[in-house]
Design a protein around this ligand. Structure first.
Ligand code: ADP
Ligand code: S3P
Ligand code: MG
Length: 171
């Protein structure tokens, strides 16, 4: 069984994924961590030195590699992963448990303003343009996120509550 968490940057995929895997006693994989280990380079460095096109190519390659592994896993992918190539199709074929962690714009902006240095796509957006950028970007990407088999909110709730809700909808 694979449980795959998708959603915008800052929606909590990595945090929720770790907590969920612990509770279910299933291995956890974060696609960004996997890419960093395989490429021996941080996401920031990959974007800076090789560019986004290279990153997206590798992201799809490593996604396929992880999806082909026969093991049970909770997998959190990057915010852009489902939005390129046919990645959302591959994700949905690999599991009946793809889950969109849907999070309010204001909550995303609050979280991401504090952590923008770790995320190359938003690191250089001026504070006064931040909310509009995220709103547009989220709108464009929602088409892909909404193709997940399940949807769950992650705002104004504890990580534990979200994990509990996810456990109830697993098939
Ligand atoms: N339910 C929650 N309540 C409060 N903070 C949260 C919650 N879920 C995630 N966070 C925080 O939001 C930030 C982004 O989470 P992260 O797991 O890195 O998101 P993603 O992997 O989707 O980009 C982290 O600082 C994390 O601690
Ligand atoms: O949304 C995106 O395109 C990205 C999201 C990041 O992952 P998180 O969603 O875990 O921050 C990471 O893959 C990279 O910075 C690009
Ligand atoms: Mg993450």
């Amino acid at each position: 069984m694979k449980i795959i968490l998708i959603g915008y940057m800052g929606s909590g995929k990595t945090t929720i994924g770790k907590a969920l895997s612990k509770q279910l006693n299933v291995k956890f994989l974060d696609l960004d961590d996997y890419i960093e280990a395989a490429e021996k380079s941080s996401i920031n460095e990959i974007f800076k030195n090789k560019g986004e096109v290279y990153f997206r190519k590798k992201e799809t390659e490593y996604l396929k590699e992880v999806l082909n592994r026969k093991e049970n896993v909770v997998l959190s992918v990057g915010g852009g992963t489902p939005c390129f190539g046919d990645n959302i199709g591959l994700i949905n074929e690999a599991t009946p448990n793809s889950i969109y962690i849907k999070t309010d714009l204001n909550v995303l902006c609050d979280r991401l303003m504090k952590e923008r240095d770790e995320r190359p796509l938003i690191a250089d957006i001026a504070p006064e343009e931040f909310q509009e950028f995220i709103a547009k970007h989220l709108f464009e990407r929602s088409f892909f996120y909404n193709q997940a088999h399940h949807k769950i909110g992650n705002q104004y709730k504890s990580v534990e509550d979200v994990v509990l809700q996810i456990r109830k909808l697993l098939v």
